[in-house]
Ligand binder design. Structure first.
Ligand code: ZN
Length: 242
């Protein structure tokens, strides 16, 4: 009997409306590559682990700094100076020992993506810079993987699931949009909110539930959600290369 069937851990998420009957089996046999262990990645990884996704790989090159603590809720003051990816791995392992978690303190570059993307079922782009997001979108196109893209700024954010047929991050942002303040200002709860939404989209996408190529934009002050269908851009330098 597989571990999750002998455990009561997932009892309260059995027979959820709109999800397949074998939901837990799908999650247990799935692998998620989480790129970025910051404000979004902390929340997302915790809930992906809580749901019982069998294998989680988290990649982040950074170490924990004090200004991270307002939003990166897996880390405590004792973790300052430690590698985020390794700390994340330890915390997720304690949180759910039934699943496999690996943290990698590495730069997200083409070589790493070539190694990791094909070995996972789905990718979560929760990183914080444009060039890396474009590289991730390219790798997901190349290896035909779904990607959950999420971002936060202040009290706003978006989440979108992409696949090979849908618009990609490059269709959405052909060029980098410079933020007015650097580093950007973010309320921790807003980052957590977008990370958790990314976790939900990821869990649903693993079950082939939910819309792909649709950007959900959240204004958390006025509690407005805009649902924008993003068309594939025929000139996209990521997904429509000649
Ligand atoms: Zn594209």
């Amino acid at each position: 009997m597989s571990a999750h069937k002998s455990s009561k851990r997932y009892e309260r998420q059995m027979n959820l409306q709109s999800l397949p009957e074998n939901f837990q089996d799908i999650l247990q046999s799935s692998s998620v590559l989480i790129l970025g262990a910051g404000g979004l990645g902390c929340a997302a990884s915790l809930y992906v682990a809580a749901a019982g996704v069998g294998k989680i790989t988290v990649v982040d090159r950074d170490i924990v700094n004090e200004p991270d603590l307002n939003r990166q809720v897996l880390y405590t003051p004792e973790d300052i100076g430690k590698k985020k990816a390794k700390t994340c791995e330890e915390k997720l392992h304690k949180f759910n020992p039934e699943i496999e978690c690996v943290g990698m303190c590495k730069v997200i570059n083409e070589k790493l993506l070539k190694d990791l993307v094909p070995r996972h079922d789905i990718v979560m782009d929760l990183c914080d810079n444009y060039p890396t997001r474009i590289k991730i979108a390219e790798a997901c196109q190349k290896y035909n993987k779904k990607c959950v893209v999420a971002a936060v700024n202040g009290l706003e954010g978006f989440v979108m699931v992409t696949n090979k047929e849908s618009a990609c991050f490059g269709c959405l942002y052909p060029e980098e949009v410079k933020l007015s303040v650097s580093p950007p200002r973010v309320l921790g709860a807003a980052a957590g909110n977008m990370g958790i939404l990314a976790a939900i989209r990821c869990i649903l996408a693993l079950c082939d539930v939910g819309k792909v190529g649709v950007m959900y934009c959240l204004d958390l002050i006025n509690m407005i959600v805009d649902e924008i269908e993003i068309p594939k851009n025929a000139n996209c330098h990521v997904c429509c290369k000649a």
